[in-house]
Design a protein around this ligand. Structure first.
Ligand SMILES: C[S@@+](CC[C@H](N)C(=O)[O-])C[C@H]1O[C@@H](n2cnc3c(N)ncnc32)[C@H](O)[C@@H]1O
Length: 474
């Protein structure tokens, strides 16, 4: 079928794309994150949680009281979990309000076995909240820290073009071959439009000079709407992808929308900084398009957040989550040694997702000749990583990965314990049972090894090695 225009031309922020995007998250719920469609790793990682905990504690020195966290668009709750643990480890009192527009996400968070204890203790509460039209938002006394990770890219944007400092609207048309085409089969294109730029865009376009850029209309509306609800000073902590310096936008076309099962904008943090004006605004020391965490303070003058500024320059400004991504990418194509791989894991604060990326490398480097101190460090690192897991119904079996690394390192009883955890948590699997049997045979535990071999055959009746070993040990 020939493609037909199904929406527009209209302002990008008015486009049907954002409504479809909302519907995507409502329909998908947690599956948006467990299916691999929506990236979440960097915005929910332990390193970012640590940086946010440091920033929140700094802010609570400037504005004393128990920290009141408010997370918007929290998704499946992984950052909430990591951030609450980071605050607890630092021994500071807090309350966490976890919110999302998607009811399915909230229901999943309410039932999550690792979040329920916090709810029972009264330190975590959940609320379905539209970040663009928040209502009924009341928080206990204390400094409020609003967290919005990887949300601003999902809120409506407008597109503008500027030549010689004059802003011209870029409207959007959406095209599809069938009226109900899935999001990955629709196309959009920008065309010149007649919308007059608001004063903030006029000033920004003049400073930019030339380029095509996105204006975070929805994010600004969200910041204003939350301020109207809270009516007291608060700190924003926001992490996302997007340009953060005028030089990254000048003469460039940054008005891009990505597809992650739905649309996702590149957040123009330089525009947000311009809009923030007098408000304290903190950014990574080196602006990066790929990822950055930003802070903005509402309702306090610049000179009044010195503890926040100090905490920021020691922690969040270094952009450790992006450094970790770069490091892990480099390791994948290097001849890294076991100590180097363990150092990388330690750099991520023993993040389970980092382990999943280096476990094959570890297995490849480990042998019977690996020195005992390295093996001891490996065991400690793997146990620490296990403690940091946030359980989701995704494709990864962390217990199995850890078991196979320990198995390769000759740590048989420890490996067997993780194989058993894998069966307990992820269900029976022929390979898990068979590997467990091999460990048990090497440990001289023939009776249990035979049970594991029978488990292998129950899952895969044609498993020739299990059959042969059962016959040999019978
Ligand atoms: C890209 S995901 C980010 C999830 C999580 N913060 C992270 O970093 O992985 C965007 C989340 O924002 C939610 N969302 C989208 N539009 C929203 C809105 N207007 N108000 C509140 N949440 C919204 C979605 O349901 C989804 O959980």
């Amino acid at each position: 079928m020939k493609p037909a225009r199904i929406d527009g031309p209209c302002r990008l922020s008015q486009s049907v794309l954002w409504r479809w995007q909302r519907r995507f998250y409502e329909e998908q719920g947690p599956a948006a994150f467990t299916s691999g469609v929506v990236p979440w790793r960097i915005t929910s990682c332990l390193l970012l949680a640590a940086a946010y905990a440091d920033a929140a504690i700094g802010f609570a020195r400037d504005l004393p009281g128990p920290i009141q966290l408010l997370e918007l668009g929290g998704g499946v709750g992984r950052l909430a979990f990591n951030l609450m643990r980071a605050l607890e480890q630092r021994g500071v009192p807090f309350h966490y309000r976890f919110t999302d527009a998607s009811r399915a996400n909230l229901e999943a968070a309410a039932q999550h076995p690792q979040l329920r204890p916090w709810i029972a203790q009264g330190r975590l509460s959940l609320q379905q909240l539209d970040a663009l039209e928040p209502t009924g938002l009341t928080l206990p006394p204390g400094p409020v820290v609003v967290v919005a990770n990887y949300l601003f890219d999902s809120l409506p944007h407008d597109a503008w073009r500027t030549e010689q400092g004059i802003a011209r609207a870029q409207h959007v048309e959406v095209w599809a071959a069938e009226p109900d085409a899935p999001l990955d089969r629709i196309e959009w294109k920008f065309v010149d439009g007649a919308t007059a730029p608001p004063p903030s865009v006029v000033g920004y376009a003049a400073a930019l000079g030339a380029g095509r850029f996105l204006w975070p209309t929805g994010s600004i509306g969200c910041v204003q709407a939350i301020a109207a609800q809270l009516r007291r000073p608060h700190l924003w902590l926001v992490a996302d992808k997007g340009p953060a310096a005028l030089a990254q936008l000048q003469g460039e076309d940054t008005a891009s929308l990505a597809r992650h099962g739905c649309v996702s904008a590149s957040v123009n943090f330089d525009a947000l900084r311009a809009w923030a004006g007098w408000r304290p605004f903190l950014a990574p020391a080196v602006p990066q398009m790929r990822f950055g965490a930003y802070a903005m303070v509402q309702g306090l003058p610049a000179g009044s957040v010195s503890a926040l500024r100090a905490a920021w320059s020691e922690s969040a400004a270094h952009n450790f989550p992006l450094q970790a991504e770069v490091l892990l990418d480099q390791l994948a194509s290097s001849e890294a040694t076991v100590p180097q791989l363990l150092q990388a894991l330690a750099f991520t604060h023993f993040d389970p997702d980092a382990l999943l990326r280096v476990s094959a490398l570890l297995r490849a480097r480990l042998s019977a000749q690996t020195p005992a101190p390295q093996v001891a460090a490996l065991v400690a690192a793997l146990d620490e990583t296990w403690i940091n897991r946030f359980v989701l119904a995704d494709a990864h079996d962390l217990a199995f990965e850890i078991a196979t690394v320990l198995h390769r390192a000759g740590q048989l009883s420890h490996a067997a314990a993780y194989y058993r955890r894998s069966v307990e948590l992820r269900g029976p699997h022929a390979t898990t049972f068979f590997n467990l049997a091999l460990c048990l045979l090497d440990l001289g535990n023939v009776a249990e090894a035979r049970t594991a071999l029978e488990g292998t055959l129950a899952e895969d009746a044609a498993h020739p090695r299990a059959r042969a070993l059962l016959a040999a040990t019978g």
